[in-house]
Design a binder for this molecule. Sequence first.
Ligand code: ZN
Length: 131
Amino acid sequence: MPVHLRISDIMELKYINIKKCPQCGCSEVVNEIIETSGQQIRYHLNGKRWEQREFACGYAVRFDPNFNEMSEERHCRNSIREQEIQDKLKELIQGVEKSGQELGLCSSTITNMTRCVSRVDATMNLQSQNK
Ligand SMILES: [Zn+2]
């Protein structure tokens, strides 16, 4: 597990140029991370490094030199879409639990069913990131 060094005071991020959350516009940076290995900054063979910037709203973006691109590491808590997904998911899970109980299924079966719904949610989030 690589050590994360907080370096915002001594060095600027090179590959992340996003200055605010694209969902809510929050520009308060709460953390910047450059991935390290021991005391050294960890570099990819292509000379680039792993970086991450986190905003107060929860949105976090990461630069991965393997793919040479930025990706969303964590969702914005203010994102309307995220809220909609979470609300819908809660509704779905409650529906699954209710149906399972009505059918007299055992609780572990119902748990497995709700886990499936959660996985669908994860897939939806991945798709929304790739847009
Ligand atoms: Zn945000």
